[in-house]
Design a protein around this ligand. Structure first.
Ligand code: SAM
Length: 213
């Protein structure tokens, strides 16, 4: 069987056997991925952190778009991380992506303690809606602390469940609805807005409404 297809099937299996952790049944598709990475300039030379990289649906396109960037791709599931490394090799991407197989919650503090410069982009596919509320808030706080002041946190989600939590931490938030993906998804483009505050839980749950503010 074709190795790429085998890796696809392993993602599907992870989606079934580790439903909560994986949060999807198939990898994201081109239209969603391209929309997520569109704000990142092709000439960007700094660090980009990808959280929940899966088998590399976004990682490969990102590495091709930003050949001078240093990408750190984080995937908690060791089997998917292994496939991610192989898929990158097959795509001819060798040096510019570092794959780390550990939870984002461990990677982010480590990066903060050792990196000279904070990443300007953190892109995430972590299924926030499957995580207990306090863990989601803690992760959003970690992301905020790890991001450069003029940076952008880009997250996709299949519902608007966590939009209010992200907005509480990132004053400037734009949401895009992507219908051309299965399942259709929302993308949050979140910026700090130049000042730093601690994440406070939103007063009440978010309601789907106007997608832009
Ligand atoms: C919805 S999938 C997205 C995969 C890929 N980015 C895509 O778009 O096809 C979410 C991925 O996040 C990983 N994940 C879940 N929790 C994580 C965590 N705390 N740290 C790192 N990865 C995590 C899952 O194993 C899964 O591969």
């Amino acid at each position: 069987m074709d190795k790429k297809f085998e890796s696809y099937l392993r993602f599907v299996w992870a989606g079934i056997s580790k439903q909560v952790q994986t949060g999807a049944i198939i990898p994201s598709q081109k239209f969603l991925v391209d929309k997520m990475i569109a704000p990142i300039p092709a000439s960007y030379r700094g660090t980009i952190v990808e959280l929940g990289a899966g088998t590399g649906a976004l990682t490969i396109r990102l590495a091709r778009r930003c050949p001078e960037a240093k990408i750190v791709a984080c995937e908690i599931n060791p089997e998917l991380a292994r496939d991610l490394r192989q898929n990158l090799r097959r795509a001819g991407i060798n040096g510019e992506v570092e794959v780390v197989s550990e939870p984002a919650e461990k990677l982010l503090p480590r990066l903060r303690s050792k990196a000279a410069e904070k990443p300007k982009y953190i892109v995430s596919g972590i299924p926030l809606g499957n995580v207990p509320r306090k863990n989601t808030l803690a992760l959003i706080e970690q992301i905020k602390r790890s991001l450069a002041d003029d940076g952008m946190y880009i997250q996709f989600q299949y519902s608007l469940l966590d939009r209010a939590k992200i907005r509480a931490a990132f004053p400037r938030l734009r949401t895009a609805h992507v219908l051309l993906n299965f399942p259709p998804a929302f993308i949050y483009f979140a910026s700090k807005g130049g000042h730093s505050t601690t994440v406070r839980p939103p007063a009440r749950a978010s309601r789907p409404g106007s997608l832009r503010r």
